[in-house]
Ligand binder design. Structure first.
Ligand code: FE2
Length: 190
């Protein structure tokens, strides 16, 4: 059980995360998760948002470059030390990185697995445009780039497509991500 408001959750994140790029990424994934929750779990919008906000909680505290399997479990450890006790949330945080050993099974877990690479992918598509604005991006060009496997190769296509296990389509994910990231574009530099 998580007994915390969204703003308290954001303050806790900022206590452990300084990099502006990481904060913007966390806010982006939070926004996508909130949008997906509106469709898949309308009574849990804040909760899904916090899963997105915290999914990379340990980014500046674990050796993920050399030991990717520590990314996720370290977040769980840090959150436990902060007095958080929520197994559903812990599982979802680990499931966003299958290398942690936790494989996604629930809608929440598939959502965070898919939202994470989609946030970076949309940013990469926006960077193609002269104004580098998400507002310039069309769904059609996102899907076209999706199939160009050398474009933003670090954005895992399989993870994004895992959204289909929730019953939503890749197109739905793109639409949600464009709308929700677009709504906070001033906060995420897009
Ligand atoms: Fe992430």
């Amino acid at each position: 059980m998580l007994d915390m408001t969204r703003d308290e959750a954001f303050d806790l994140l900022k206590k452990h995360m300084e990099g502006e790029f990481y904060i913007e990424h966390s806010l982006s994934v939070e926004a996508i998760m909130r949008g997906l929750a509106k469709k898949l779990a309308p009574d849990q919008v804040d909760y899904w948002g916090i899963v997105g906000l915290w999914h990379d909680f340990d980014e500046e505290h674990c050796p993920w470059k050399e030991h990717l399997e520590t990314h996720g479990p370290t977040s769980v450890q840090m959150l436990k030390e902060e007095g958080i006790d929520d197994e559903v949330l812990f599982r979802a945080i680990c499931a966003h990185n299958p290398k942690s050993g936790v494989k996604a099974k629930s809608n929440l877990e598939y959502a965070v697995l898919a939202a994470d690479p989609m946030s970076g992918f949309l940013r990469a598509v926006a960077m193609i445009y002269p104004d580098k604005k998400l507002a310039s991006v069309k769904r059609k060009s996102v899907l076209k780039r999706f199939n160009e496997h050398r474009f933003a190769a670090g954005a895992n296509r399989d993870y994004m497509e895992a959204i289909e296990f929730t019953g939503l389509s890749l197109e739905d994910l793109v639409d949600v991500a464009m709308e929700e990231m677009g709504a906070i574009s001033d906060k995420i530099g897009l």
